[in-house]
Design a protein around this ligand. Sequence first.
Ligand code: ARG
Length: 252
Amino acid sequence: MRKLTLVLGACALAFAGCDKKADGEAAAAKPLRMITEATFPPYEFLRGQEIVGIDVEICRAVAQKLGRPFQAETVDFDSVIPAVISGKADVGAAGITVTEDRKKNVDFSIPYVKTGIVVIYKKDNPFKDVAQLKDKRIGVQGGTTSENYVLEQLKKEPERSKSPAEAVAALKSGRVDFVIADVDPAKNCVKGESDLALSDFITSEEYAVAIKKGQPELLKTIDDTIAELKANGQLEKWVQQFTEESDKLKEK
Ligand code: ARG
């Protein structure tokens, strides 16, 4: 019995020592938590269980600059910005388009890509122009700028899916007539699908990293990181690498 007490005493001491150390290093060692929605190649997708992609690498580079460990979590797209606002996550990176509406709720970094949305269509039902979409069933990923486009420009309700790939599955099975999605995941979706094609851009958008408002230092670190990754060619390398990897996964 005496022995046990002693052992416990030693443990308590050891823990106390640990705690002290953790206190001192707490700020530096707290992981930078990224929130994303990982069905959006090449920006974020799953390699087995692991979340990988361009956005993941950008946020990992930010964590490195801060000297903090890094972790990423995936949720539905319409939960990404709420997680940033509530502080559940430190950085939101999910191919998030900068919009005036979103700017009211979060701060955005400088943009890291210029892009836009396109129409995915079946070659036997070709897309001609936007006017043609008005009385058609349009599939989109929920919570995205594609959804807003259907609501605001086409003045109708879209058919919402959990991912671009799920929307394209609905197109293939005839449950929707067209899909609207961001160009890069759209390219991935039509890869190897000889009956599907893409329109030109119907909007012009930019992606940036979103953080909770009122953190100028974190914002500056993210901006500096993005500026460096652009200038040294690393961003472009990741674009190539993750486009190739996600295209290969699609072909499987
Ligand atoms: N760029 C579009 C938006 O901000 C779609 C982003 C979807 N991203 C994702 N990881 N699923 O609304």
